[in-house]
Design a protein around this ligand. Structure first.
Ligand SMILES: *[C@@H]1O[C@H](CO)[C@@H](O)[C@H](O)[C@H]1NC(C)=O
Ligand SMILES: *[C@@H]1O[C@H](CO)[C@@H](O)[C@H](O)[C@H]1NC(C)=O
Ligand SMILES: *[C@@H]1O[C@H](CO)[C@@H](O)[C@H](O)[C@H]1NC(C)=O
Length: 311
């Protein structure tokens, strides 16, 4: 017993060796997930009886959290730093594992505006190549990655763990709604995650001679030249890749106004400072009366312009 215990302790001390050189320092450990999970595991997973084959389950309280690792959503002020760390660690780990990845969807839109996460977003979206997906599924499923995040000089560095989980349906390229997310990079402290989808060759089109037709299981389709060659840029201070034809991709997905409309989701883009700023209630009502497209509510509260600006 004592022998086994000390062996176990040695095993763990080897596994739990954390580097202190910032997010670029990464130590992988290859042990079954059950054995290394020393975090509380909540059971706030939403299981839908209509979708018995769905692999990834979101939480009962929000579709942007993994219900195994969180009990409640983070508040707006706290969320941003966790998402930034999620992105930094993901980029670093993918580089370390040799996976090719780039920003997509709302994350790409944030990059477009000011190279930063849109402040109202609670999730991040990236894409990887088919080859990278197969590599990750073969060698890195359920791997836990340790990071020691930068913190103010007077405080100890933050130690955080992230889980890479691959959907077992990843080999099935048919367009389907329940397993369109091929993999997730999950912050096992907050439950926040990055959705990873895969750019695949469209086999049907390929057999018809349309060799540059690509597809994603979420029904998006692209041609090879929309994505490649990837452009190297920065996002949240990290070096990232973005698709070659990013503007066309964003317009196709969100419409022309997404690249020019400065009011969105109770925020306004401050052109001078180059950043999105959360509007105060009175500002929101004022901008809306001037015709800005802001929707009818303020963080869930109905806009009542009459009480603020009686005619
Ligand atoms: C990854 O591991 C989990 C947990 O063991 C398993 O349910 C899942 O099927 C695995 N995914 C792949 C692609 O093998
Ligand atoms: C692939 O997914 C589709 C849609 O969910 C399903 O109908 C089909 O049976 C799956 N194919 C395999 C080989 O599992
Ligand atoms: C694949 O290509 C075929 C033929 O061009 C097309 O009909 C189909 O919609 C494409 N599939 C996807 C998922 O884009």
């Amino acid at each position: 017993m004592g022998f086994n215990l000390s062996k176990l302790a040695l095993y763990f001390s080897l596994l739990v060796c954390i580097t202190t050189s910032g997010v670029s320092g990464l130590v992988k450990r290859d042990a079954p997930y059950e054995q290394v999970n020393d975090h509380p595991t909540f059971s706030h997973q939403k299981t839908d009886k209509d979708e018995p084959d769905k692999y990834f389950h979101e939480s009962t309280f929000s579709e942007h959290y993994d219900g195994r690792f969180a009990e409640a959503p983070l508040i707006y002020e706290d969320r941003r730093s966790h998402l930034t760390a999620l992105l930094h660690t993901y980029i670093s780990a993918m580089q370390d594992m040799g996976a090719e990845t780039w920003l997509m969807h709302g994350t790409l839109l944030g990059w477009y505006w000011n190279r930063a996460i849109l402040p109202w977003d609670s999730d991040l979206d990236v894409m990887i190549t088919e080859r990278s997906l197969h590599h990750l599924a073969t060698f890195h499923n359920m791997s836990i990655h340790h990071f020691s995040l930068p913190s103010p000089p007077t405080e100890p560095r933050l130690k955080r763990d992230y889980l890479l989980e691959i959907n077992p349906h990843y080999k099935n390229s048919s367009v389907e709604s329940v397993n369109k997310i091929d993999a997730r990079w999950i912050d096992i402290e907050t439950g926040l995650f990055i959705d990873i989808t895969t750019l695949r060759r469209n086999a049907t089109a390929h057999s018809l001679g349309e060799v540059d037709e690509m597809m994603v299981k979420d029904k998006h389709h692209y041609v090879y030249d929309d994505i490649f060659p990837l452009r190297v840029s920065s996002f949240e201070g990290a070096a990232v890749n973005v698709p070659f034809a990013y503007a066309e991709i964003l317009v196709e997905e969100y419409g022309e106004t997404a690249l020019s409309e400065v009011h969105f989701e109770n925020h306004r883009f401050d052109v001078e400072r180059g950043e999105w700023r959360a509007l105060r209630y009175a500002e929101l009502v004022r901008f809306q009366r001037q015709g800005a497209l802001l929707g009818g509510s303020f963080w869930g509260r109905k806009l009542d312009s009459e009480s603020l600006f009686p005619d």
